[in-house]
Write a new protein. Sequence first.
Length: 86
Amino acid sequence: MRIVWVAATLLAACSNAENGPCADMCHELSDTCNYAAYPSFASCYEGCVYAQTERNADIPAQNECVQAAECDTFAIVECEHAHGGE
């Protein structure tokens, strides 16, 4: 049952992939920074939605941190540690 819920959540989230803090952060990471951990927008977005729904990540705060990191890999990793959830 939980797998069905997660799949439904991801599917719904993908339909809104161009809006919201996950989209903003993933455009920065995959498009602007070419961050190797996320070779595509879709891979980043799926991970972001998972972190938000399953780990209670503070995506708006993480997005602000990523923007301030200005594509510095070490700073981006620190953003994940600080705001990525449980």
